[in-house]
Design a protein around this ligand. Structure first.
Ligand code: FAD
Length: 508
């Protein structure tokens, strides 16, 4: 018989959503425990080290983190903001968008007026369109009260039905400008016909407010959470993969790992929803909402190349570059490959101090469909369970790396001689570490055609089981944090909880 531990609340999965929910509940005096299958807490906040160089897996920059902005205020409530070591990205170009062999780097700048000022230099005849774009972004953001730390929980379906394509066409017919404005669409796996404009607006608006990198990577966010969780006497356990759920009718009584049974009055799941459902009892699997959610489509996965650079060879660059082979490639994450060469690529680096003079690393990312690696789907490789995926897999990756380095020479002509070592991750890495079925980057794809169908309630049809994390409302550090607050609001009573939160950190 396995030992039994009992809590008020058990949180399954220590991704950002799990950490936010657990801390908020612990702050409310609940006895809380967090269960994580991996060696490292944090899910996509995890970092890894190669040749003494830190790399991020799923957080490269964060928006809205000034203490007076939305994420800054939510993080202040969680009491983690002061523990973060952040460095602001370049005010006049936190992101640069570039096409083919064209030399121009089109800037996206911080601050609404500055955003327009920096771009109008390249599009002098489009000043009105740029102003309209900024006004539209802000208008869409105002439609979501929690984004602005205000009470209000309903959704305006009409607002959510507007696709990126439709809204952008109403702003400008200039396709090049559209491509520049949507150039960081990787942040939401953009597909202009499908993605609702609100997803784009909520995401990019936060970076236009302020854009930050985490010094030494995103895992410091996890550390700040763990410090607070311990302060509130919460328990965290790693190497605890939840393998079974035990139900009594539509009540979840306990969950089970390889060596322990955890009982609780309430459970929160931060794990891939499909994985959660696969552990449901036969009776609970039949519920219509389970079937509905199982039909949803996931966002694409990602292929990343991580370069350790030879010392002092490349200056630290305080912006991200979004490269597209052609202007049209900025409009959809689909059809991203021409043989083994991607049509778009994100280029970023990781600061190791607040005043880096040289870059220690470069990371390259591009969309990859799980199908591309499906032939190796029976392999599994993490630090806990190391195993080779085979020579053909290595060959497959090497070809892609070579093509991505060729693209990189546009920005760093001598890059091939400046690299110390090369490391990669594929959809299989994300699948194995995060536990999703296909390594999806951001969870379920949001759809402008059926916006409410792709919004999942934190409440389930199991009386005491709640959901959180990027699948539920919105992905990204900001989206997942707000979703965590919403989950706790559902558990404790939204009026009571948000009243308390906004009294403390809301806008006057
Ligand atoms: C390549 C990439 C780049 C990104 N870049 C950015 C960025 O620059 N800025 C930004 O804001 N956002 C970015 N994101 C998005 C952001 O990282 C995620 O939206 C967010 O971290 C997801 O948090 P989550 O709570 O949904 O949990 P996840 O990160 O999905 O974590 C889930 C956790 O549950 C654990 N788990 C799974 N199954 C079990 C089980 N059975 N038992 C116990 N534990 C389990 C997993 O191991 C994992 O730790 C990026 C994402 C990716 C993939």
């Amino acid at each position: 018989m396995k030992p039994i531990k009992t809590y008020d609340v058990v949180v399954i999965g220590s991704g950002l959503g799990g950490l936010v929910t657990a801390l908020l509940l612990a702050q409310e005096g609940k006895s809380v425990c967090v269960l994580e299958k991996n060696n490292q807490y944090g899910g996509n906040l995890q970092t890894f080290v190669r040749d003494k160089t830190i790399f991020d897996t799923g957080v490269h920059y964060i928006g809205g983190l000034d203490k007076n902005e939305n994420l800054g205020r939510y993080f202040s409530y969680l009491n983690i903001l002061n523990d973060l070591e952040l460095t602001p990205l370049n005010k006049n170009q936190f992101d640069c968008i570039s096409f083919g062999s064209e030399k121009i780097l089109y800037p996206q700048a911080q601050g609404y007026a500055n955003f327009i000022d920096q771009l109008v230099v390249f599009f002098p005849e489009e000043k009105e369109a740029l102003q309209k774009y900024i006004d539209t972004i802000q208008w869409y953001c105002q439609q979501f009260p929690l984004y602005n730390l205000q009470q209000g929980f309903g959704y305006n379906e009409e607002v959510m039905q507007q696709s990126v394509e439709k809204v952008m066409n109403s702003i400008t017919t200039n396709k090049k400008l559209q491509a520049v404005l949507l150039g960081n669409g990787f942040l939401s796996a953009l597909n202009v016909t499908e993605t609702p404009f609100y997803v784009h607006a909520l995401t990019v608006n936060s970076y236009i407010q302020s854009a930050w990198r985490c010094v030494k990577g995103g895992s410091q966010i996890t550390k700040a959470f763990i410090k607070q969780l311990r302060h509130f006497n919460a328990d965290l356990f790693k190497h605890q993969k939840v393998e079974k759920l035990h139900f009594n009718g539509s009540t979840l009584e306990s969950c089970e790992t390889h060596n322990t049974i955890y009982k609780a009055n309430q459970f929160v799941s931060d794990i891939d929803v499909q994985q959660l459902f696969s552990m449901f009892s036969t009776e609970n699997k039949q519920k219509p909402y389970v079937k509905r959610i199982q039909q949803l489509q996931n966002t694409l996965s990602v292929f990343s190349v991580h370069l350790v650079l030879k010392p002092k060879t490349i200056d630290y660059f305080n912006h991200n570059i979004y490269h597209f082979e052609e202007v049209n490639d900025a409009f959809s994450c689909r059809n991203n490959w021409q043989a083994s060469r991607p049509k778009m690529m994100v280029i970023t680096t990781n600061p190791h101090t607040k005043n880096d003079v040289f870059a220690q690393s470069i990371s390259l990312m591009t969309y990859m469909d799980y199908e591309k690696v499906q032939q190796w789907q029976d392999t599994f490789n993490t630090v806990n369970y190391e195993s080779e995926r085979g020579n053909d897999y290595q060959f497959f990756k090497d070809e892609i790396v070579d093509n991505m380095l060729t693209i990189l020479t546009k920005y760093f002509p001598d890059i091939r001689s400046q690299i110390q070592s090369v490391h990669t991750s594929s959809p299989l890495s994300y699948r194995d570490y995060i536990g999703s079925t296909d390594g999806s980057m951001y969870g379920f794809e949001k759809s402008a055609q059926q916006p409410l169908k792709t919004l999942i309630s934190p409440k389930t049809k199991i009386d005491n089981l709640f959901l959180t994390g990027q699948n539920i409302r919105l992905h990204g550090i900001l989206g997942v944090t707000i979703t965590g607050f919403l989950t706790v609001g559902e558990m404790l009573g939204k009026e009571y909880f948000f009243d308390k939160v906004f009294k403390k950190v809301g806008y006057e």
